[in-house]
Design a protein around this ligand. Sequence first.
Ligand code: CA
Length: 565
Amino acid sequence: MKKYLTHLITKEPTPQSAPLPETTQVANSAGGYSWAVDEWGHLRRFLILGSEGGSYYASERALTLENANNVLKCIQTDGVRAVNEVVAISQEGRAPKNDPAIFALALAVTKGDEATRQAAFKALPEVCRTGTHLFTFAELVNGMRGWGRGLRRAVGGWYLAMDNRSLVYQLVKYRQRNGWTHTDTLRLAHPTPANDTQGAIFKWVTYKPNKNGTGETAHVEANPLEWAEALNAPEDQALAFIWAFERVQKAADTATVVRLIEAYDLPREALPTQWLNDPDVWAALLTKMPMTALIRNLGVMSRIGLLKPLSEAENTVVERLTNADVLRKARVHPIAVLIALRAYSLGYALKGKVNRRGQAGAEKSAGWTPTPRVLDALDAAFELAFKNVEPTNQRVMLALDVSGSMSGGMVAGVPGLTPREGSAAMAMVTARSEPNYTVVSFQDKIVPLNISARMRLTDVVKMTNGLPFGTTDCAQPMLYALEHKIAVDTFVIYTDSETWFGKIHPAAALQDYREKMGIPSKLVVVGMVSNGFTIADPNDAGMLDVVGFDASAPALIADFGRGAI
Ligand code: CA
């Protein structure tokens, strides 16, 4: 009998291949047990990480279906709340791409109840902030539902809500996407113009020359080019912008193009492509270039000889990249900066098809020499683009899951950016803000990785990428800290939560660590894949789930560490 009793009271830990007793753990994709994130947590992961590129365990299609079903679940549970979540993440610029938000909004106007649909229609201009977003939305809803009155009114309202100057900017800058143009959306929605100028603008954009090139006279009195010319640089700012756009199409020399850009703030998209190799044209564009365009075109501006060491352009670019206010106002997402950093530091662009690992069978573009000041500025911009982080001054262990599954799929649909590389970049933000930090990486044991906050982002990502693959045990950071008596206030684990190999569950290992070290340590799980799992115990107030590459994630981690949330 005594033997039986020993068996009962000896607390042999439950291995990760079985669920922790008396908990709600579920089987994950790796054959281990984790908790399920609730539908709202799952929704946030999707809105931020997307499903493009799939994951190690799921194809893009499977991951998209899984997430679409979860969005539908949220819409059925509380559709208005779902719409509000979409608006919040989209508006605050927390997600690298707006596409998942637009997708969720399209589902809400299609599958939601009356209140949900109304909320979604109202949210349209808040989520679809550019013409491109609107076309993406139109394409999605077009495949799912008809163009009823509510939808027509919402899309028409998108145009009517803008002042005329903002309207013409949208019409010129974002002219088409996936076969959709403003002519299509305006003809479907058919909004009644609020004033004469708006009426003229709508006519200009929906004008379509017939085969003889004479135009649909029923629709517009004259050829819009002639019409715009006849306006002769009109007083009205919106009409003048159209006039300048039409003029630049026919410009014959650099001086004219430069003058039109300077006088009317024409964006790059307004120019015929033949001018896009001219350094004077780019210099004129650079003065008022939107941040996202600036970040994307660093290579081009270097290649054509505008952006070079000790140049005025270099000063402008560095100044703007290191201005936190400018970055945040433009909703520049850290991933956009990371992509730019990788692309610019390469010294050439890849043309043609780029595969999942970011390598291309394609040829390289003409090259450029990256300037070190711009590289440093991009490195700094990556952190500045995150929501401001107040250091906790606590003892923080940043633990990167570098197991095999973390090298599959891509983060937010970025070719070549695996969850494991993304984790390394994310960890750097906290490492750079906290005075007391250590970075470890693990598979089924701790893998040495000498990362310090002073290192360049690109080097850190490269280091992570070079590690061998292995199986997963997410308890390793706590076991390692206990074994070496390392005092940790907050463990931050970057993972897909597909843990299965360990003899003890991560949550149990944390419990054990707390008891033996006498520290009420916390655990933050940074979810790097839009799956439905987490190693964080939802019933333990000392554990928190955040979404990897949420622009607010480092701030949330710090707030949780200091007990503010
Ligand atoms: Ca794994």
